[in-house]
Design a binder for this molecule. Structure first.
Ligand SMILES: [Zn+2]
Length: 348
């Protein structure tokens, strides 16, 4: 179906970062904020290469879709940030903007990967009381990556790269640093052999096997560079810290600085249940090799043990990896309905 014309809105956060919200007025079922992961942008929900992308699907089902490009978006200027900063600033600003623009008391959210991670930091901190319910893709407050990622985190790869003057890793071509980029590409091409796309190999190195090749049609695979770009090293480091710890916590600046900022040598955890007493659905790809499905299982089990278990639902999508639940050519049949199910349970 043809989407309604997009309306582009700019939201400036309290720390001065300009974010973009792209609105597709779909119907009267209320606003839904939709947030992408790291190193990508909201284009992952409007792929031109699949028959029905996620924005189409949400609009067709009668919702007012608001696609957020938060500070991790590759369409915004690259900046170093911790997920704490994104959580404290981006999501509260975006939610309030949507609520004001639509004159709604509350809104719903669909959040993916690092966008889900940062969103849950904000939600668990009590910064998003206007969120009525959430569909969460792949990760929330607990982190279980496969062994290859654990090794990279254990090596403190982010710190090593940062000390070497590397400010980001890029999945697309990077004319600014040709020597480093050529070395990086040679290295990843030697590591991965499922296809002959260097973009694809860089993506797999940066994030683990982010999709099942069989779920992407050839046109999507050929045009991956349109979706992926730079991911800043600070956000990478924060994600790696949380992976090593196994759960969401504030950025670890080192004991001395932590003492100053947090009054403790180790950063405080975000895992607290009181602000999470809303309906939440967790969706993991059964074959996710970026964050294993047990990641959402742990958040789901923990929430059901501390809050009313009836609030929480979890689905595992057979045959899917991490981002193909949105970018796969059959995702509208296999995955989108699982995100929609939660929205339908919480009418405006
Ligand atoms: Zn490939």
């Amino acid at each position: 179906m043809a989407l309604p014309m997009p309306e582009i809105h700019t939201v400036t956060t309290s720390d001065g970062v300009a974010l973009t919200l792209t609105r597709y007025r779909g119907g009267a079922k209320g606003p839904v904020m939709i947030a992408h992961g790291a190193g990508v942008w909201s284009g992952m929900f409007t792929l031109p290469t699949i028959d029905e992308h996620f924005a189409d699907y949400i609009v067709r089902n009668g919702y007012d879709a608001w696609l957020l490009d938060w500070r991790a978006s590759v369409k915004l200027p690259l900046r170093q940030f911790t997920l704490d900063e994104a959580a404290a600033n981006d999501f509260p600003a975006a939610v309030r903007y949507i609520r004001d623009a639509t004159r709604s008391d509350s809104i719903q959210a669909v959040v993916h990967c690092a966008g889900s991670s940062a969103f849950f930091l904000a939600l668990a901190s009590g910064l998003l009381p206007e969120i009525r319910c959430v569909s969460c893709s792949q990760i929330a407050l607990h982190y279980n990556p496969p062994a290859a990622t654990q090794i990279k985190c254990a090596m403190h790869l982010g710190e090593i790269l940062e000390k070497g003057g590397v400010e980001y890793l890029s999945a697309d071509e990077d004319p600014a640093h040709p020597a480093f980029h050529a070395l990086f590409t040679t290295f990843v091409n030697a590591m991965y052999h499922q296809c002959d796309s260097p973009v694809c190999h860089r993506i797999f190195f940066m994030y683990g096997e982010l999709y099942r090749h069989e779920q992407l049609n050839p046109a999507t695979h050929q045009r991956l560079a349109e979706q992926f770009g730079k991911c800043n090293i600070t956000a990478f480091r924060h994600l790696a810290q949380m992976v090593r710890r196994g759960e969401a916590a504030k950025f670890d600046y080192g004991a001395a600085e932590n003492l100053k900022r947090y009054g403790a040598a180790t950063p405080p955890s975000y895992v607290a249940p009181e602000h999470l007493r809303i309906p939440i659905t967790f969706v993991s790809g059964a074959l996710n090799q970026t964050f294993l499905p047990i990641s959402t299982q742990r958040t789901f089990d923990w929430l059901r043990s501390v809050n009313d278990p009836a609030l929480y639902t979890r689905h595992v999508v057979p045959g899917y990896g991490h981002i193909d639940g949105f970018m796969g050519c059959n995702a509208n049949r296999d995955a989108y309905p699982l995100f929609l199910e939660q929205l339908e349970k919480c009418p405006a």
